[in-house]
Design a protein. Structure first.
Length: 210
């Protein structure tokens, strides 16, 4: 691996550690500083490893969503969700027409239906349709990510878990201790695994060895 790639990956890991540590410690300034650095660093790392354009675009749309969700401004949540949705479209373009398991697709469909049905009554009325539509796109991305192998498939599943945790918070369901920590832990792991899985699928083990 090139020195620049190692430096960028180490910087991403450091930003992730600062962000997660800040969330556990209740240090909001640390989270505000570290979170916007995560996806640009991961995208830059991926570019140095030869990642395809749709993958880089997906990470940058994720960065847009990250920044928007830091804001309390009216409409920031919907705009952030739209940015993440654009990222999922980029991932779907990346996955192309590679084959995936129909049984896994049925499982994801059941998870989608169950989640939307359970959350629907507790979501704010103005968010029900947007959340349902976003959930459909997210679940499609999570399912199709398995086309690039187990690593990317795990990344897609963790992305679904992370956003489901956010949705339970919006629905005012009981939360785990330090809920933002678990959201970010699963999200950071998801984007990293999707990146590693993409590079491995495109270029083989040699291009993804740290």
């Amino acid at each position: 691996m090139k020195t620049s790639s190692r430096v960028l990956l180490a910087a991403f890991a450091l930003a992730a550690a600062v962000d997660l540590g800040s969330l556990l410690a209740g240090a909001e300034p640390g989270h505000q500083i570290a979170k916007p650095l995560l996806m640009p660093l991961l995208a830059a790392y991926a570019v140095t490893r030869g990642a395809p354009g749709p993958h880089t675009a997906a990470l940058l749309f994720g960065w847009g969503g990250d920044v928007l969700l830091l804001s309390d401004a009216d409409g920031a949540f919907l705009l952030g969700m739209a940015s993440f949705a654009a990222g999922h479209v980029c991932y779907l373009v990346l996955f192309g027409r590679r084959r995936t398991s129909p049984a896994l697709g049925a499982l994801y469909a059941a998870v989608l239906a169950g989640t939307v049905v359970l959350l629907w009554p507790d979501l704010p009325a103005e968010l029900r349709i947007p959340v349902a539509g976003y959930s459909l796109l997210l679940t499609a991305m999570a399912y199709r990510s398995s086309a690039l192998g187990l690593t990317a498939g795990l990344g897609g599943a963790l992305f679904l878990l992370s956003d489901t945790l956010i949705a339970t918070g919006v629905a005012d369901w009981p939360q785990l201790p330090a809920p933002d920590f678990w959201v970010m832990l699963t999200y950071i792991a998801a984007q990293y695994l999707l990146t590693a899985g993409t590079l491995r699928a495109m270029y083989g083990e040699r291009r993804t060895t740290v």
